[in-house]
Design a protein around this ligand. Structure first.
Ligand code: CDP
Ligand code: MG
Length: 757
């Protein structure tokens, strides 16, 4: 995998002259893609009917076929949105033509699977149709989204279509943010939010008359868990309707899971997409994508560009490079030149910047959106004629042996690649430039992505299901059960944290942990703050860890911003540094200008403040009072240690550590506060490991070895002292006895229930 993004920017200047002459060459040659990347042109015009259904009922991935369907060239209207009223736009959507049939099928069935191309109107229209058909008279329509951005942007759009304020008739709820009100009848939310609602409501989600599980084919972890839970709700509540929507694959699978539920197809209206492959494997896809975009802008007819990258870093580099090259280009051409509007989009981007991608470009300008896979299905932008697909995406992968989640770059699946390509065919016939070879597409890519549930840490899921009284997780009705290893390992992690007891039931601590919409270790940290008497401090740290990094480091003012950051550093801990920042901001009455002066993201700090107040509300309902250990911050470090001792590592060289449990090398990040200690500490715990050029420990705190032994006795003991060895033995014995007692109790309990039944 090529990860040379930043080198690209440095190289721009050197390449400038070369680019100029090459560009002249393309112009003369009248050819674009082939000449730049060594790309072979391959026209894909497979008939729609060749889209085969395989033996197991799943759609075969002759996906190009789809793009050829319903060829209506004369309807290619890039200015469509400009010229039509919202009502007209609604009627133009493919779903409108089948509105009545669809509603009829829904009336006659409790579960319906709806399949349709992206952009056919599923997300924005289905909910409104249900509202218009009376389903909101006594209850509301809920629609779940895999991503927060989608939940927000779609809710905004639908509230406009219904001519209502956002949060009134139409609202949304994402973690730590609820924009709904007493009049809300259509509620967009993330899968996670609904999952937590199932936890709170003992009433079988009574307020919902219909739930639309949108983009279910993405198979996020929460989607899969909800599928199992909603299946039970469907069985118990006959007034309840479930609609599962899916852009492409898996429809049959969903139908089977719900006892042969009908599959309703929305006729598509897409245009053919010409697929062009790279001739040779591409070494630096960031560079290649930038070049391709420039080439399109310079020599191809109007139409916006959409580039798929893996993550924020690459997107930023690509955007910078594009901007720079545009400048060079403008200064090197005498004649007037069309503007290129460069728009990044990724989930951590502040919401107001995210909505920019939907705005129309000024006359004559071309939009170039640089996105993560967020733009694959969740967001629909009109006017895209060119897609540049790097062929990679980021995926969270859990390694059960190491007990760690890591966000890693992987080749996307063929289904995802086809989905990406399809984005070019929504407004008219388009082109997709694949920066990988056709052979890679056919032979190396997986047909469809691996569902998250089979590759991720299940800590939260296990905790949730346990609290929903699902005792035996191996029996839960999963559409694709997760590997047993993952379940057992996640249970082990929860046991280590003290959330599960020796027989796998929730402990008191575990029960409390479920109340917080946080990962188990963060919830534990919070509750240890309560126990140790430093809840106020820990609450701030947990809130700061729940938002992206607040440090703002513009490339052109790197040194200045680094200097600003250094003033906040607490030498023993990155966690305490976060605390320090928040406290100082608080002392400055939460002022925005203060943030700007100190190179801190105002929006993210505000977000942390919101998160803090929401967590505070939960603490209040649990009647947990706020305590402070100020000025003793060692206690705070102990609380951190008690939740993250599984991420303890020991010093090996300068800034170089190894994980104490698994021997995995890990490094202090150059920006870590711990470098300020003069010497780096012998033992640290860290929040998470991030794999970039090295394995970096994100957010680290120095800890004492004795703390590790005391707080994480299942992993650590102080070896070289007799007393502690004795203590260790004693504790082992105690643990064994405790386990036996619990086993005995469980046996008794089981015997009792058997007698009763
Ligand atoms: O869900 P599906 O992909 O089938 O379509 P949709 O998201 O309901 O989008 C239907 C149309 O609504 C799109 O073609 C967009 O023009 C418009 N839309 C929008 O303008 N703003 C949004 N945030 C979402 C959709
Ligand atoms: Mg949709």
């Amino acid at each position: 995998i090529s990860r040379k993004g930043s080198a690209l920017v440095r190289e721009i200047h050197q390449k400038q002259s070369m680019n100029k002459s090459r560009r002249r060459f393309w112009e003369l040659a009248g050819s674009k893609f082939g000449d730049i990347l060594g790309v072979e042109k391959k026209a894909e015009q497979i008939d729609a009917d060749t889209a085969l259904v395989g033996e197991d009922g799943e759609v075969d991935f002759k996906e190009e076929a789809k793009f050829a369907r319903h060829l209506k060239k004369d309807e290619a209207v890039s200015d469509f949105a400009k010229s039509k009223t919202i009502a007209q736009q609604r009627q133009y959507l493919p779903i409108f033509s089948v509105r009545d049939e669809l509603l009829q099928v829904i009336r006659e069935n409790q579960v319906v699977v709806v399949v349709g191309e992206t952009g056919s109107g599923k997300t924005t229209q289905l909910t409104q149709y249900l509202h218009e058909d009376g389903y909101t008279v006594n209850g509301i329509v809920g629609c779940t989204q895999p991503r927060r951005v989608a939940a927000m942007s779609v809710a905004k759009r639908v509230s406009e279509e219904m001519e209502s304020e956002l949060g009134d008739k139409v609202g949304y709820a994402i973690r730590f943010e609820d924009v709904t009100g007493p009049h809300t009848v259509i509620k967009y939310m993330t899968y996670g939010v609904l999952l937590r609602e199932t936890l709170k409501d003992d009433d079988d989600l009574d307020k919902y008359r219909v739930i639309v599980m949108d983009e279910a084919h993405e198979r996020s972890l929460n989607t899969d868990v909800l599928l199992g839970i909603l299946k039970k709700v469907v069985a118990r509540r006959h007034d309840f309707k479930l609609i599962v929507t899916s852009a492409t694959l898996n429809a049959q699978k969903f139908s089977n899971f719900f006892g042969s539920a009908p599959i309703f197809h929305i006729p598509g209206r897409t245009f053919p997409v010409n697929i062009l492959y790279s001739k040779t494997p591409c070494e630096d896809y960031v560079e290649a994508a930038v070049k391709q975009a420039m080439s399109i802008h310079i020599s191809s007819p109007p139409g916006d560009i959409l580039i798929f990258m893996t993550g924020q870093d690459e997107i930023e580099v690509a955007c910078d490079a594009l901007a720079e090259r545009m400048e060079q280009h403008i200064s090197s051409t005498a004649k007037g030149f069309n503007k290129l509007l460069i728009l990044p989009i990724y989930s951590q981007l502040p919401a107001d910047l995210q909505t920019k991608i939907f705005q129309k470009a000024e006359e004559g300008a071309r939009k170039c959106i640089v996105a993560t896979n967020i733009a694959e299905t969740s967001l629909t932008v009109d006017g895209i004629f060119y897609v540049i697909d790097t062929g990679y995406g980021k995926m969270k992968v859990y390694n059960p042996k190491m007990g760690m989640d890591a966000l890693q770059v992987f080749p996307v699946s063929r289904a995802a690649a086809d989905q990406r390509a399809g984005r070019a065919g929504r407004t008219g016939p388009g082109t997709c430039y694949r920066l990988y070879t056709e052979s890679a597409y056919l032979n190396e890519m997986l047909p469809s992505p691996i569902p998250e549930i089979q590759r991720t840490n299940l800590g939260n899921v296990v905790l949730l299901l346990k609290s929903l009284k699902v005792e035996n997780l191996l029996d839960f009705d999963f559409m694709d059960p997760p590997p047993q290893d993952n379940i057992l390992n996640s249970m082990y992690q929860l046991w280590v944290l003290g959330a599960l007891n020796n027989v796998g039931s929730l402990t008191e601590l575990g029960l409390k942990m479920v109340e917080f919409p946080l990962d188990p270790p963060l919830a534990k940290m919070l509750l240890m703050g309560e126990q140790l008497g430093c809840l106020d401090e820990v609450l701030t740290i947990v809130s700061m860890l729940s938002v992206p990094s607040v440090f703002f480091r513009p490339k052109d003012r790197a040194e200045e911003s680094d200097a600003a950051r250094e003033k906040f550093l607490m030498p023993e801990s990155d966690h305490l540094t976060l605390y320090n920042i928040y406290q100082q901001w608080k002392c400055k009455q939460y002022r925005g200008d203060w943030c700007n002066d100190h190179f801190l993201h105002v929006k993210l700090l505000k977000k942390a403040r919101d998160v803090r107040s929401q967590l505070l509300d939960i603490l209040k309902t649990l009647k947990i009072p706020l305590t402070t250990s100020w000025p003793d911050l060692d206690i705070v470090r102990k609380a951190i240690c008690s939740a993250y001792f599984h991420n303890a590592s020991r010093l090996k060289g300068v800034g170089e550590y190894v994980n104490c449990r698994i021997g995995m090398p890990c490094h202090l990040h150059p920006s870590s506060a711990l470098f300020g200690m003069g010497h780096t500490p012998e033992y640290v715990v860290y929040h998470e490991l991030v794999l970039t050029t090295k394995e970096y420990m994100q957010c680290a705190t120095a800890v004492e070895p004795q703390w590790l032994a005391k707080l994480g006795p299942m992993f650590f003991s102080v070896k070289d002292s007799d007393t502690s060895l004795l203590e260790h033995k004693k504790r082992q014995k105690e643990e064994k006895t405790a386990m036996e007692v619990e086993m005995e109790n469980l046996r008794k309990l089981q015997a009792e229930t058997e007698v009763k039944s």
